[in-house]
Write a protein that binds this ligand. Structure first.
Ligand code: ZN
Ligand code: ZN
Length: 412
């Protein structure tokens, strides 16, 4: 990670979030409309709970029709508060247009001048935090309740709070909602996953919490890349950061350093490895691809030393590897795959390190006995099986397993 502090407030979403907390929660005034009266937030949240939750409409009418009916005859204050909550839900997201974000607030007020205007309030990339995908929109009813839950909780205890104090409360409420079932109680209880929680958590503390809205994205990233961390933390948010910092220097290549920093796991060289990989088998194949790439890339470093891991400072996942030692291993094995005997013009061979995981923790002396020549296919398979069982760090079980796999490719 960058040594200087990253200036998140160059992007409107983070600036707006702070301003919103200051104006709406501390001063109790509307942020998204020009109304200047002080709001009785507790009364408004209570009214919204009665209309929006107790008066829930299970029909298949769309959100617009439902809220129009539920808020018929509501006070201006209730409408203003609901407009602000809906604004916060829509504000940081890419897949709602700036015009769409403003239209939500406009629906309540006959005079368009009552709703704020312009790019500093309604924006798109790069000022958003994420594209949350279609779930965030289809789950809108519950997402709004999740946002109501967070805002009503901090508003109830906001006396003399600072924006920073409110932000740490938001982050903690959302972290508990995500990881400790902490969202299932109270008038704004939510029974299942809501993207509003990771979104608000990230807005409140972007350095600590990744901008990953989807629950399945988080789980896929941890499943595919988790093995690169030597000592995984029990806290999934810390674990994600451990993975990020291990891979950061050698991955996430992007012409835009801001994009790498803000959406590291969505970089072109990482996202295809994890996205949509739901089964354990697909995840292990992706892990194997990552590992083989890292091993092969390491050999591109020509500065030869037998001390793998290198004497110079080596960070992250791309370890230094001795190309001299790798060449010796290939010569020893006559450029032939030790598992399947594939040979072609002394080319198209990889050198596999039997105990690659040890490389992640510290530099170590590699001996030629730790290396084995494999063809690319057997190499990917070797890493696939290694993700299943550490016994494949030993040469004989590994070669045996590879031979079995090649003769019965569908074997488990
Ligand atoms: Zn082979
Ligand atoms: Zn390997």
């Amino acid at each position: 990670m960058s040594k200087e502090a990253f200036d998140w407030k160059r992007f409107h979403a983070y600036r707006v979030f702070d301003e919103f907390l200051e104006r709406f929660v501390i001063q109790r005034k509307s942020y998204v409309t020009r109304h200047d009266d002080q709001l009785d937030l507790d009364a408004a949240f209570k009214d919204i709970a009665e209309r929006f939750i107790d008066g829930a409409d299970e029909s298949d009418k769309d959100f617009e029709q439902k809220v129009a009916r539920q808020f018929t005859g509501a006070s201006e204050q209730t409408k203003i508060v609901f407009a602000n909550v809906e604004y916060l839900w829509a504000m940081p997201m890419l897949n709602i247009t700036p015009e769409g974000k403003r239209a939500y607030a406009l629906r309540w007020f006959s005079d368009p001048e009552q709703v704020v205007n312009g790019e500093r309030y309604f924006f798109s990339a790069p000022h958003i935090i994420a594209n949350p995908g279609p779930w965030y929109l289809t789950n809108k009813y519950w997402e709004i309740i999740a946002a109501l839950r967070v805002l009503s909780t901090i508003a109830a205890s906001s006396a003399a709070a600072t924006v920073d104090q409110l932000k740490s409360q938001v982050a903690e409420i959302c972290r508990k909602a995500l990881h400790e079932d902490g969202a299932k109680r109270g008038i704004f209880a939510v029974p299942h996953f809501c993207g509003a929680h990771p979104a608000l958590m990230h807005l409140a503390d972007p350095e600590r919490y990744e901008s990953i809205i989807s629950d399945s994205h988080r789980r896929q990233i941890m499943a595919v890349f988790g093995h690169v961390v030597a000592k995984p933390d029990n806290d999934p948010e810390v674990f994600l950061k451990q993975i990020r910092s291990t891979l950061y220097d050698s991955h996430g290549l992007s012409a835009d350093p801001d994009a790498k920093y803000r959406w590291f796991f969505y970089a072109d060289d990482l996202k295809p490895l994890w996205i949509g990989k739901h089964s354990a088998k697909e995840q292990r194949i992706s892990s194997a691809i990552l590992d083989v790439r890292a091993e092969e890339d390491a050999l591109d470093i020509k500065d030869v030393t037998d001390l793998e891991g290198g004497k110079e400072e080596v960070k992250g996942y791309r370890v230094r590897r001795s190309s001299k030692l790798a060449q010796q291993a290939k010569e020893r094995d006559k450029f032939t795959c030790r598992a399947c005997s594939f040979h072609f013009e002394d080319q198209i061979v990889h050198v596999h390190h039997l105990d690659p995981l040890s490389e992640y923790e510290r530099p170590k002396d590699t001996k030629i006995e730790d290396l084995v020549t494999l063809c690319p296919t057997c190499h990917y398979l070797a890493h696939y099986w290694l993700r299943n069982d550490p016994k494949y760090k030993r040469l004989d079980p590994l070669l045996f397993k590879l031979q079995i796999t090649l003769s019965h490719p569908s074997a488990k």
